[in-house]
Design a binder for this molecule. Structure first.
Ligand SMILES: [Zn+2]
Ligand SMILES: [Zn+2]
Length: 91
């Protein structure tokens, strides 16, 4: 009896695994201009948490990174819109 349940569990496990699109990776491009290889669930999104346009600019710091000259990637909840690195210090 116990063995039978185990077999059913294995069958169902492999079935759901077969339906999962394990090869799906984020379509975003990293700062090094390479494809982002973070695995994503394509049923709901094409982007990982770094590249999702719906999330990427939410509360994002308006500062410019000195090393890359790109917009700072840090998130901030400060009302100035800058993270603790880029916030004016004379405050
Ligand atoms: Zn990504
Ligand atoms: Zn910043």
């Amino acid at each position: 009896m116990r063995k039978k349940y185990l077999l059913i569990g294995l069958a169902m496990g492999s079935l759901s695994f077969g339906q999962t699109k394990v090869d799906s990776t984020c379509v975003g491009i990293t700062t090094k201009n390479t494809n982002c290889n973070i695995k994503v669930n394509v049923d709901s999104t094409k982007y990982c948490h770094w590249h999702d346009p719906a999330k990427i600019n939410v509360n994002r710091c308006n500062g410019i990174s000195k090393s890359t000259k790109n917009q700072c990637k840090l998130k901030t909840k400060d009302e100035s819109g800058f993270c603790h690195y880029h916030r004016p210090k004379n405050k």
